[in-house]
Design a protein around this ligand. Structure first.
Ligand SMILES: NC(=O)c1ccc[n+]([C@@H]2O[C@H](COP(=O)([O-])OP(=O)(O)OC[C@H]3O[C@@H](n4cnc5c(N)ncnc54)[C@H](OP(=O)(O)O)[C@@H]3O)[C@@H](O)[C@H]2O)c1
Length: 319
């Protein structure tokens, strides 16, 4: 009989990438979790033969029910949705942390659970003793610590995935999409960070999160209690615009701006992104430490992973 993985965020980027891989993984079936069974994305999953179940991160009991009988859970929360609905950066974080803990507690109450996979990020607040913060990362990392403190049995079967910057941001995130400069045919990407600042790149979100989830499960128990970077690349912003230019045939110039300019352009969301990029200038947030498991130890096949270049090639028609 097949094992079941409950995939939260299944109608979105990360969870969607997990569904795409796990539905083709022998011995596994996917249970996609959504708030809305009637959305186009939910209906598409159901039409592909995926079991789709309604539950909300606001409602722990709904998650307990949705996780009934599952062997694994992929859990991801969405800080940005709360910011875009008018909450402050910290209010959005408090909701995200509550959601993360409801997911974790629901998983801890699932007797059949063998593996919990939590999508998280490093914390600037922790790394810089509160002197630099990035709320959309800090509150996710709070959940890691609380799983370890409050739910030790769950922690013993948890793998923590660090998702990096999505190349898809250059197509779908308005702040990061290169824009055409009037009348000279060139493009600019204006971001509040240095051109030579490096960032972890998760590559193609439609497959890579699923590869890491599948391999985390396949390499258990070695992956239990470990962190893994869902990425094989750490690139500079200059490298990204150079490769984007080469692939699209449109010359893009990287322009560093101040946090104040970016905030004036994009409001709190822009300011928050700037905080993340500043964190990446101050240190390497994704440095592989002793609590990390390497791609090699997970058995990741580099030929299967789609990196920045392959992702932008696939999206070329959108630029
Ligand atoms: N963009 C980047 O470069 C990047 C990099 C690393 C990490 N991240 C992090 O990625 C996270 C978002 O993940 P994503 O990009 O996959 O998001 P996404 O594409 O916007 O999708 C969000 C998913 O979460 C589900 N969801 C949201 N609130 C829910 C709730 N209350 N109950 C049940 N399901 C809920 C949605 O399901 P339904 O709408 O179907 O209910 C949807 O499937 C953010 O926290 C962000 O900080 C982003």
């Amino acid at each position: 009989m097949s094992k079941i993985i409950a995939v939260t965020g299944a109608t979105g980027s990360q969870g969607g990438g997990v569904v795409n891989v796990m539905k083709k993984t022998p011995g596994w079936k996917v249970r996609a979790i959504t708030r809305n069974l009637e959305s186009d994305a939910s209906k598409k999953l159901a039409a592909e033969g995926v079991e789709v179940v309604q539950a909300s991160f606001d409602d722990e009991a709904s998650l307990v029910k949705a996780f009934e009988g599952v062997n694994a859970v992929f859990a991801v929360t969405n800080w940005w949705e709360h910011l875009f609905s008018g909450k402050s950066q910290d209010e959005a974080g408090v909701i995200e942390e509550e959601h993360g803990m409801k997911l974790a507690r629901a998983a801890a109450q699932t007797p059949t659970l063998e593996h919990y996979i939590w999508s998280t990020t490093p914390s600037a607040k922790r790394d810089f003793n509160g002197e630099h913060v990035t709320p959309h990362m800090d509150y996710k990392a709070n959940v890691d610590e609380r799983i370890q403190k409050e739910l030790p049995e769950l922690a013993a079967k948890t793998t923590y995935l660090y998702l990096g910057y999505y190349p898809q941001n250059m197509a779908f995130f308005p702040f990061l999409r290169p824009i055409e400069y009037p009348q000279n045919g060139q493009y600019i990407q204006m971001v509040p960070t240095k051109a030579d600042a490096k960032i972890l790149l998760s590559g193609d979100m439609t497959v890579n999160p699923g590869i890491w989830v599948r391999q985390s499960i396949a390499s258990a128990p070695h992956s239990f209690g470990k962190y893994a970077n869902v990425a094989l690349e750490k690139w500079t912003f200059q490298q990204m615009v150079d490769v984007w230019s080469e692939i699209t045939g449109k010359k893009c110039i990287f322009v560093e701006c101040s946090m104040e300019v970016y905030k004036a352009l994009w409001g709190l969301a822009g300011y928050e992104l700037g905080l993340q990029f500043k964190y990446g200038e101050l240190c390497d947030p994704w440095e592989e430490k002793e609590n990390h498991i390497t791609p090699e130890a997970l058995g990741i096949d580099a030929n299967e992973v789609v990196g920045f270049r392959g992702t932008i090639e696939g999206l070329k028609h959108l630029f």
